[in-house]
Design a protein around this ligand. Sequence first.
Ligand code: MSP
Length: 665
Amino acid sequence: MSTSRAKPKYYLTTPLYYTNGMPHIGHTYSTIVADVIRRYKRMRGFDVFMTTGADEHGVNVERSAQKAGKSPQEFSTEIAAHWRRLWDDLGIPGDEFIRTTDEKHHRTVQWLFKRCRENGYIEKGRYTGQYCVHDNAYVVDAGPGDACPDCGRPTETVTEENYFFKLPEFQQKLLDFYAANPDFIQPESRRNEVLSFVNGGLKNLSITRTTIRWGIPVPGEAPHVFYVWFDALIGYLSAVGGPNFDQRGLWPADLHLVGKEIIRFHAVYWPAFLMAADLPLPEQIWAHGWLLFDSEKMSKSRGNVVRPRPIVSALGIEPLRYYLLREIVFGQDGSFSYDALVTRYNSDLANGLGNLASRTLTMIERYFGGEIPNPAPEQSKETDSPNTAEFANEALIKVMHLYDRLNFSMALEAIWEIVGMIDKFITVEKPWALAEKPEDRARLGTVLYTAAEGLRIVTALAHPVLPQATEKIWNQLGQTEPLSRVQLDTLSWGQLKPGTKTGKPEGIFPRVDKSETIARIEAMEQEQNKAPEVPAATAANTTAGPGAAAAPAVEVTPKIGIEDFAKVEMRVGQVKTAERVAGADKLLQLQVDIGDEVRQIVAGLALAYKPEQLVGRKVVVVTNLQPRKLRGVESNGMIVAASLPDGAPVLAGFLEEVPVGAKLK
Ligand code: MSP
């Protein structure tokens, strides 16, 4: 059953962002773009629904939580709330904020798995990958003997039983689908990249893990949990009804907006999962480029992130929206620069649109008592000034076409051509001089009508990018219908009614001093960095398996207070027994007496110590770590050791006699 709608629906999504870090301007860019598309589509008559949200499972979040001394659920809930609040504060919230920890999402993932399995596209198999014992995580793209990029220790080759999705069965189906839907993957360069990936052959995809605990359980298959992409992607569907998607009538998505590094998951895995489950496929995947800072992708690991809040406090959200959409060619990488941001603000917003609005409205108030004057038809086609009506009508069509293709930079350029044209027209016509002579009154009316009508068209066209500023100008032009409800298709030159009362001209974008503004933003940024917004997050170069390569990267370990250190409980332990763990060349399984109990601990010591060397030895044990499983063996604590450059461990010990169970402080 499909919902009947007065208007056609348009369902778009942003990526569901990881909750092991805080948003930077790169994430903000994606959400702003989605919001611009949402507003534009509304002005083209669509009933739009936008989903954003949080991707919360997996080893990275689990580890970040552990570092922060919180449970994954508690930690992730806190971070998800930060993301959500930011989108609210910036005026770009989704209509739905889906969390992969939501119960409705769990149900949807389990349902989709069942459908794919019943259709014969899921099988059990063995997954082999490189594993970092120290970090308890798979390392993507590492080969046997490679070091863990996070801690530098050598990784181990391990094998575990997983469920696999039979991706190869979809190779031809996907290629046929891409051929029949040439616009499915945008831009062209990404489409080519995906085509060559699929043409190169597909491999079975491991979609569950037994080594991770923080995930959605595979029903009846404990300890299997779903593994990242066969979890997060399904969030787009959970957000709009999950198993009952047809009741909402929003599925399939019309647009998944993503960054280029996750195109493969969206353009290959996702349609394959949906095909396997007999569900409708999204209409389009659009992969945009990266924001670069100092010529590199902005990311925490490189320490080159720019945060949105300081910019917004100094300049407001709209200049940021304008800058990102005007300066960066959508689909390509673009450099972020404070200098360019403030330059654009002053030139295009303060001196451009803001100045045009204020001079036009001020003159209408001064010369016509705040009423839109009558244009004198016989004088409106001066040979010495461009034909503004024709120019604006043509621009309207051109701008809509550019917006349709998500070519925001050119759309804004075309809109600002109208701004420039009217500005020039005013300068040439000199209304202030016309106002001096009563015989030029009609011409003065024409000139100011033309300026106001041009301003009205510009305002409507720029609304998706500058929603608040344009709404203000629109109101100042005496327009009563909310601008967001105006339909661009019905907009044309000459609709502004003479006699309309205009409002008080108000400065929209005051000019700012560039160096002072940049200094202010940087000071706020520094202030913000001093007090981290979130509990310590952690490195993300090690991930729990293939596909997670796109995980956001490392947070530099911040300094901790003594109270944080006090959370770690360390005691003197004595090894009672030690034996090798079958199939793992580095692991030893130890029974360690810690005073009031004997703990089983699995430690990566086997390359440096023989089991018999350890029996009777006093060691330092971290005793309040959450238990975890290593190669299926429960480990309840950690032995403290120094790590040499080649990764070899050297046990911490004592020169004096110490009693077993003594606490370390
Ligand atoms: N959780 C996955 C997505 C799952 S979607 C079902 C993920 N999350 S993420 O937090 O790493 O967000 C990645 C997305 O954030 C990118 O695809 C892009 O949309 C945005 N960006 C992150 N850094 C960016 C830049 N430096 N520049 C532009 N966009 C960037 O991947």
